[in-house]
Design a binder for this molecule. Structure first.
Ligand code: ZN
Length: 252
């Protein structure tokens, strides 16, 4: 009993161990709003016992130097910076060692994006096409030794999602580490919009930054698979653990 109390006190002294700020929108595609709501519940549940602070905002103008400087991780649930000031603040945050975890549409970009830094940050791929309707898919876990995928099965069936494909594949960038991708067994994937084949990374990091991108994020099924949930939690943990300010998560 005494041990437990001592442990609790130590943890209390360290609180908050880290702070996350999640950006989301309630006015985007309804399936992306559904995902954001599920994600908010999922991550809030992980703060039980005051493990970390999970703050939320629907105001992308909160992407400014003053607001984000206190956070070790910025989460993009279904939105991304669009104004010049927001883009500049995000660039500065990331270039100075900030952490980012982006889902699904957070990596959408096309010819109208006109933000070369962002395309490079994502690994150089431009959104090319997607599968439709949202469907489950077999994922290949590409490196089961990486901290994010350590202990995961080599493949698993991911819950229904709208799957994006980029051109060129982020894998072509030597600075990108792909951790999970669509299995070739899925193709052709889709009923209305078809991914006929090709390389489709689903989870990757640009190793020049403290960032992880996960293509999950469409609809209300995403958090229904334990394997995938474990991957998502490990991804959060990994970005935090690589904090240049001194491994706040590992320093127990
Ligand atoms: Zn979508």
């Amino acid at each position: 009993m005494l041990m437990i109390l001592v442990g609790t006190n130590l943890k209390a002294q360290r609180y908050p161990r880290f702070k996350v700020l999640a950006f989301y929108s309630t006015t985007v595609e309804s399936a992306h709003v559904n995902f954001a709501n599920d994600a908010i519940k999922f991550f809030k549940d992980l703060t039980i016992g005051k493990g970390f602070v999970f703050d939320l905002t629907t105001n992308m103008d909160d992407m400014n130097d003053e607001k984000v400087k206190d956070y070790q991780l910025i989460m993009m649930l279904n939105d991304f910076p669009t104004s010049p000031a927001q883009k500049q603040a995000f660039e500065k945050y990331m270039e100075n060692g900030g952490g980012c975890m982006g889902f699904h549409v957070a990596a959408y970009n096309d010819r109208t994006t006109k933000w070369p830094w962002f395309v490079n940050f994502l690994g150089g791929g431009i959104f090319d096409r997607n599968s439709w309707p949202p469907l489950p898919a077999k994922l290949v876990v590409e490196d089961t030794k990486h901290p994010i995928t350590n202990g995961l099965p080599k493949t698993y069936i991911a819950p229904a999602n709208e799957w994006y494909q980029w051109k060129p594949s982020p894998r072509a960038n030597k600075d990108v580490k792909v951790l999970a991708s669509l299995s070739k067994d899925n193709y052709p994937l889709g009923l209305k919009d078809i991914l006929p084949g090709g390389d489709t990374p689903v989870v990757w990091t640009n190793t020049n930054y403290r960032m992880i991108y996960l293509n999950f994020g469409h609809g209300g099924e995403i958090f229904k698979d334990a394997t995938q949930n474990r991957l998502i939690i490990a991804a959060l943990r990994w970005v935090i653990a690589t904090d240049k300010k001194g491994n706040v998560f590992e320093n127990e």
